[in-house]
Design a protein. Structure first.
Length: 330
């Protein structure tokens, strides 16, 4: 039986938040039964902006714990650390040689990050510019059919497709052309402090996001402080982007359709709605965080090592095919 393959990853930088969970991880959990699934902790991507080494080590294991606590089953999927499979960087180098600089210059994430406060003081590293090429290598190494991500990654999948087609055209059929897999509801969770910008790990204010490691008091405080729109009705519409975002979060965490939520709060105001949303968020987070604590570092590392062992042969085979096609002596 030949199942389709999915591949996705998350950077171990900053605090993982509800946007990462609702836009990506929640869907992975649903897809793992149907697809041959590979999930990566992309540490090589994380170092495209400065990282504290101790913190990076800690966060790498934490991201893996989040995958596991969310319900990613290491028996069904391969979970591994990107830097454990060196074929990713090797393929990236080769793909670099067919990537055009203007294609990288125009990437929104590059433009955003290169002006963000943590990198603007120092010169921008070439790694940040080449970031999408490494992501293309991640995806193309494994004959990936679908890439389940949030909406912000669409442009990166588009360039991955461009590079795959370009390589195939120049050197013969080698790479599967991947498709993005985006779930409409969670694809773009917005910041709690500003509904015009996405919830982000690198946001300057911690009131932008609810981290997957936030305690109850913090969650309640953040939801209380979340901006709302004018008026007092609880309605789900584009004219009320802050409320729409909060209803989306409520809906996804409690598996309740937005229209039902609207109805529930017909004669109630923001205070009731926010207090219940906080309850919903806390009752999701408590068991989740309890599960995270059940995994000690050694156990997680063992799972990650086994995951790398499982995917390495696939990566090796693809890289060898690539090397032959471009004329390297094997
Ligand atoms: P990263 O680490 O920024 O984000 C991880 C995942 O979370 C999604 N996401 C969101 N979804 C909805 N609302 C939000 N506010 C929100 N913020 C983040 C992202 O879309 C993503 O799915 N470049 C990738 C990591 C990567 C990768 C890959 C992904 C490296 N190689 C190969 C897929 C395939 C990234 O920076 O994700």
């Amino acid at each position: 039986m030949n199942r389709q393959r999915i591949f996705s990853g998350i950077q171990p930088s900053g605090n993982l938040h509800l946007g990462n969970y609702l836009g990506a991880i929640k869907n992975w959990v649903k897809l793992q039964d149907e697809y041959d699934s590979i999930f990566c902790v992309v540490d090589l991507h994380a170092i495209t902006v400065p990282q504290n080494p101790e913190e990076l080590r800690k966060k790498t294991l934490e991201v893996a714990k989040i995958y596991l606590a969310a319900g990613i089953d290491p028996e069904k999927c391969s979970i591994f650390i990107q830097s454990h499979v060196s074929e990713h960087t090797e393929l990236m180098w080769i793909l670099n040689t067919i990537t055009k600089i203007p294609e990288l210059n125009k990437m929104t994430q590059f433009k955003d990050k290169s002006v963000s406060s943590d990198v603007s003081n120092i010169s921008i590293g070439a790694g940040l510019l080449n970031y999408p090429v490494l992501m293309a290598a991640d995806i193309l190494l494994y004959d990936t059919n679908l890439v389940p991500v949030g909406e912000d990654q669409l442009q990166h999948i588009e360039i991955t497709r461009t590079l795959a087609k370009r390589f195939n055209k120049r050197f013969g059929e080698t790479f599967v052309i991947p498709e993005p897999y985006i779930q409409k509801e969670g694809m773009r969770i917005m910041g709690l402090d500003d509904p015009t910008k996405k919830m982000s790990k690198s946001a300057s204010s911690e009131y932008n996001y609810i981290a997957l490691t936030d305690d109850e008091e913090t969650i309640r405080k953040k939801i209380k402080k979340a901006v709302t729109d004018s008026g007092s009705e609880i309605v789900y519409c584009d004219d009320k982007p802050a409320l729409k975002n909060l209803i989306n979060i409520y809906s996804l965490l409690s598996d309740t359709p937005p229209k039902e939520i609207e109805k529930k709060y017909e004669n109630k105001g923001y205070a009731d709605f926010k207090s219940d949303l906080a309850d919903v968020a806390v009752s999701f987070m408590k068991p989740f965080q309890k599960k995270m604590k059940e995994y000690d570092d050694e156990k997680v590392l063992e799972i990650l090592r086994q995951g790398a062992e499982r995917v390495r042969p696939l990566a090796k085979k693809k890289l060898e095919e690539v090397k032959k096609k471009i004329g390297f002596v094997i």
